[in-house]
Design a protein around this ligand. Structure first.
Ligand SMILES: *[C@@H]1O[C@H](CO)[C@@H](O)[C@H](O)[C@H]1NC(C)=O
Ligand SMILES: *[C@@H]1O[C@H](CO)[C@@H](O)[C@H](O)[C@H]1NC(C)=O
Ligand SMILES: *[C@@H]1O[C@H](CO)[C@@H](O)[C@H](O)[C@H]1NC(C)=O
Length: 147
């Protein structure tokens, strides 16, 4: 009887293991929606089409001249596999600068999505001799704004 109980317990454990939802690595992430980063900047990404193309609006919370800040258009691509990589360009509406972001969407076992990104920002300089100082680099982590 004890053996039967053990077999039954193993079968129950096996059934539970099989019933567990797909592991985090199998969850998809579609970027559509609103995201906020560690600086308090946010972005809204519109529908991603079947080629992985998307557009949106980036509202930065940091700038050299904060009073000038305005929403700025972004345009990018994402892959469609689970935990996809992506990239997008922001054409700043209030300066002559341009930024590009690349990153990956990670999804944990609770379905919490995190975008880990690296960005380059190109500032406009008046002549080629100032080129050396015209690019900035940084990192940002975004999470989804719910609701
Ligand atoms: C988005 O960012 C802008 C600019 O910093 C800010 O004014 C706005 O309140 C933010 N919105 C949300 C939902 O965080
Ligand atoms: C950026 O500026 C242009 C021209 O002023 C405006 O038409 C556009 O709506 C702005 N983009 C965003 C995302 O606010
Ligand atoms: C970003 O700014 C635009 C105005 O430029 C505003 O309509 C939009 O609601 C803002 N997005 C967020 C998430 O606050």
């Amino acid at each position: 009887a004890a053996d039967t109980m053990q077999v039954a317990a193993v079968l129950v454990a096996l059934a539970l293991a099989l019933a567990v939802p797909s592991s985090s690595a199998e969850r998809k992430c579609i970027l559509t929606g609103t995201w906020v980063n560690d600086f308090g900047s946010n972005m809204t990404i519109n529908a991603v089409n079947d080629k992985g193309e998307f557009s949106g609006t980036y509202n930065t919370s940091v700038a050299d001249n904060p009073n000038d800040i305005r929403g700025s258009p972004l345009q990018g691509f994402q892959h469609s596999r689970e935990q996809p990589t992506f990239g997008f360009t922001v054409k700043w509406n209030f300066s002559e600068s341009t930024s590009v972001f690349v990153g990956q969407c990670f999804v944990d076992k609770h379905g919490q999505e995190t975008l880990k990104t690296v960005w380059l920002m190109r500032l406009r300089v008046n002549n080629i001799h100032d080129n050396w100082q015209a690019t900035r680099i940084g990192t940002n982590t975004f999470t989804r704004v719910k609701g």
